[in-house]
Design a binder for this molecule. Sequence first.
Ligand code: APR
Length: 234
Amino acid sequence: MKKIVISTGAGMSAESGIKTFRDNDGLWENYNVQDVASAEGYARNPKLIHDFYNARRTELVNAKPNAGHLALAELEKDFDVQIITQNIDNLHERAGSTKVLHLHGELMKVRSTTHEERVYTLPCDQLSDKGLTTSLETRDPYGDPVRPHIVFFNEPVPNIEKAIQLTMQADIFVVIGTSLVVYPAASLLQYVKRGTPIYYIDPRPANVPDWVTVIDKPAGQGVNELISLLRKQS
Ligand code: APR
């Protein structure tokens, strides 16, 4: 089976009602990114961070995978599909995709502030708070506080090496719904083997080299267009 590696961003989940970051009325228009998504912001005001991601989590549980997510899961019938996502939502997994690598963390998870390998999926019986929200008072089974399992700006991106390895193995590489401004995620394009077909699905695409095939459509429509194109070629 041919290996398709798919790099997705916030635009992938826009049709599920989850705001992107930098579009009109995007999240970063309503929140100061340094306050709610940076290591310094977390150090300065961890309560704000818990509240911000609690609200994101409540939004996520009320959202559903969209046609784009579902089509990518369906694609596993004909291709070896590996998804590398900047998104912290779990909509790819809920759509049925079996290989999903998160670069920027996962919203449904928290981890110990003292032992980062101690990661808990919410809701979690082992935590002092049994629901979907956490606070400064939340404790793990070792009595330690927890924080969202999110990669904040100015923090390392632990999964980037694995993402680069997967990208170098791609027979086909696809980018969906990202403004390509955040690194190292945006650098993956540079690791695609020469001559590998590359597609970019985004209604307002960023500038990309001319060897990339741009499908300037929303994810739902764009993914289905790409799938019919790939089926015609195979
Ligand atoms: N379908 C596909 N793409 C869409 C859609 C849609 N329905 N709606 C918007 N887009 C596109 C926009 O045109 C834009 O190019 O999605 C992209 C969203 O860009 P950003 O908001 O910058 O999101 P992203 O690139 O994922 O941000 C990267 O930045 O804030 C951090 O950690 C956060 O993972 C995030 C990272």
